[in-house]
Design a protein around this ligand. Sequence first.
Ligand code: GLC
Length: 742
Amino acid sequence: MLSLFTLSGLLCAQGLDTELDRKATELLQKMTIAEKIGQLSQVNGEYGQITDGMRIRVREGKIGSVLNEVDTKTINELQRIAVEESRLGIPLIFARDVIHGFKTIFPIPLGQAATWNPGLMEKAARVAAVEAASVGLRWTFAPMIDISRDPRWGRIAESLGEDPYLTSELGVAMARGFQEDNLANKGAIAACAKHFVGYGAAEGGRDYNSTNIPENELYNTYFPPFKACVDAGVATFMPSFNDVNGAPASGNAWLFRKVLRQDWGFGGFVVSDWESIRQLEVHGVAAGQEGAAQQAIMAGIDMEMASGAYAAYLQKLVESGAVPESVINEAVRNILRIKFQLGLFENPYTNPSDFPALLSPEHLAIAEEAAMQSCVLLKNEKAALPLPEGRFKKLAVIGPLADDPYEQLGTWIFDGDPQHTVTPLAALDNALQGQAETHFVKALETTRSYDQAAFPEALQAAREADAVILFLGEESILSGEAHCRAELGLPGAQLELLKAVAQTGRPVISIIMAGRPLALGEALEYSDALIVAWHPGTMGGPAIARLLLGLDAPSGKLPVTFPATSGQIPIYYNHKPTGKPATEESYVHIDDIPVRAPQTSIGNTSYYLDAGYKPLFPFGFGLSYTRFEYSNLQAATPMINSGDTLVVSVELANTGDFEAEEVAQLYIRDLVSSIVRPVRELKAFQRVRLKPGESRKLTFNLPVEQLAYYYPGTGWKVEPGQFRLWIGGDSNAELNTTFEVR
Ligand code: GLC
């Protein structure tokens, strides 16, 4: 279904008028070149102040948008100047990075992705939008839908993981949550699909680094979530900082004029990233800021964030003829259309009392549910979890992240307030009142501490307890923008702490809070149970407590592969088969090679002598407190034609004794194709709740178009031939069948 924006984009492209275009064109015709360029400039707020300079620039129509101003009084005053004192009264649009919540903070996006629950993520984005709109913000720079296969990259924390289909489904859900079905709705805010494109492929996992992505990888891996957001009507786009095959995104006309506008029919507007236009000079593709401004506007970057190249040079570029005024007009029209859609002309001001309270019980309940569903159980032995109700009297709660209201909120929480955080320690104390007691020992000041002075106290607490809950991981600042790590182990002396606690012989349950997959091999060895809670947000404590006490079962599934060591990176599930894939039989460990063994070319396959070829945990993996069994997988029709929908069914049974939710995942593989295809591709998933002993027939409808693959030179097509299809609880699912596309 074409979205309104796509439709308007197409209509504009065909020159057909829509009401939006008529209004935008009518206003545009009244504007001077200076006022037009004003709309293309976004400046940073002054944190509750309004300097004379800002006041004058707004009054002169030289600013189109303000970011990072969240004081409603200031927002309304700036808006009043724009609407009542400037010549044409064009309202400002106020923006902020509302990445995973405004005041009510949800799990970091990578954690939310572990819920594999689009409906829940839409609700979370809705809450974030309403809270942001209540202070006067009408635009967020989210969802971030960069495919991320490199956990060294700090911004994997903001992503929705490594898979194009999962990221598309969840990214669209977030955009819908922010925008609702009508941008003019009171609590709706414009979303922003970012960072277009390939930012997650930064070489070496180092932020802002170069990316070299061949055409088929761009179309099959990195483009799909962005195309899905365009088709869903996302209002804005943002370029990435990186150069894409030598052309920085912020000056890349192929990306923004050809692919985004011409091919995809995007009808919203594009805002640069922070000073990314200025950086074209640093990239070495523009001689000075005038050249940067010219390159960016000609490439289709409508609005400049933070730097001032447009404000300084666009008028001169138009007057010299270097930039046609029609290009400026198109950029202004794109922006005005969104401002009209947001209803800013009719309702430019914000009255917070028109909105529900921030951090309302309803908002916090959704945040708790999201945190609970984001937790991924990676190990559970010796019946360590859930804690046996009534059969324990004392819990040792140990570690730097057990009671840290700030760290559990995660990266990119500009407006999150730690005073509202409920930590795991507080939640356990609250839940265990009268039944059992907790003994808290932080043991390490921060996750990076090496000072073991408090270890004896921690070990004493462990010895006196029935079980130990150990909260380890990364402080929030160790992930996020520009915070990349070359080694993925637990920082500081956390592993030493875990090993020492394990020596006491008490059951050890490790809870890992982090903004990325960590190399948890040793942590697993010394833990009886281990849960990854990411950075779970405001209500992370009650969510974790519910799982520990068995009030609910973990149901999260990994949205990204967990490598055994950093050296395995990049490692992801939807890799190509190669001509010599490793197998259990072919793999030889470094310690097993005979001394002076002769070099041979026979029987070799693709693996590391010292790290094998399997990750620690595969994409889609996550345990439960119960067992789920899949059976009776059937494709309704073993042969399908183009235009058909393949109907597949499978029986799912809860064969354990705990009510729980499972995310059933459907993967396919094209067995013979004209270019190499991934060994598996996620094409559908369903979250299902089953009582102990309950079983259910699940049906998946797979339109043949979803099997399409992009082939350089021929574009998207579904190739006839044999496909294999798996359904199971992770990307190593074994139950499979085949079908044929005619
Ligand atoms: C940052 C980020 C971008 C963010 C913008 C505004 O540098 O790259 O994701 O939206 O600046 O804060």
